[in-house]
Design a binder for this molecule. Sequence first.
Ligand code: 13P
Length: 341
Amino acid sequence: MAADDLREIALAIVANGKGILAADESTGTIGKRFDTIGVESTEESRRSYRNLLFTTPGFEEHVGGVILYDETIRQRADDGTPFPALLAGKGVVPGIKVDTGAHPLAGAPGEAVTEGLDGLRGRLQEYRGLGARFAKWRATISIGDGLPSDYALSANAHALARYAALCQEAGIVPIVEPEVLMDSDHSLDDCYEATSRTLERVYDALYEHRVDLEGTLLKPNMVIPGKGNADQASPARIAAATVHCFRRHVPAAVPGIVFLSGGQSEVEATVNLNAINQLDGRPWPLSFSYGRALQASALQAWRGQAENVEAAQAAFLHRARCNAAAARGEYTADMEALVST
Ligand code: 13P
């Protein structure tokens, strides 16, 4: 596929404040989410929940791409339409998670490396045939005593770059996701430093592996204090640190940066994204690729009951609308009152 085509796909996903719905929870992770609402996780309950999200009227005005899981990309909507075709029919680009998870990195206690490169070329070809036009690979980076190590950063950057090069060969836009985790007690400055070191390694590796940056998207953490840190920064401070960090480490050729929510609440993730988009000097669109921060209220409203589907769709649509407004720097707190069922 021509480089221009990959760039067009990446730009379409983030056009005009649109972002990404991360609905690629593995079977284990969606099971944990369903546990919180007392719903048994079966292939049908998972299909039914994803059907609810993807048939929400109007969500395509705010969401340009959806990340699917291997099971989900093979499933069908209630009316029999395969999920990738349903999404593509609404102008939403179907994507696919292709890593097989973070595993302990040998010789690096407390650190992980993401696996999934074996056989990836063949899997990408199959996923493209099933309709995927972008993919996701998530590396996790932990902050701690002496962590992250240079070793873990380079092992993860290497895997991300191998993955990204294979995606582009297959005509698929790679989302490069190095996530500096927020579940620790580190400060905002610690996160700034770890995120800087991570991004340096990642862009070095992408360059070495001949990845065309114009056909990629970056999915990073915001620069934010750990959940256990007593000094929880204001949105303005988080925004200033985030934009400062990314301007120094992410080439302007990258067509978009789509943040993960990483454990922020729904409203925090929106407010922080909005604050980021009120700052000057942003060479790329800065949008969202949220999982929990787009779905938490919808899950609570649904609780596995058919009679709650409309309320759950309203909750999802509301968060999608708020986040797309935040990606344009136009979100206001009074939008929170506008959710209707
Ligand atoms: P969260 O927004 O819930 O962090 O999920 C995004 C994601 O896809 C993590 O890989």
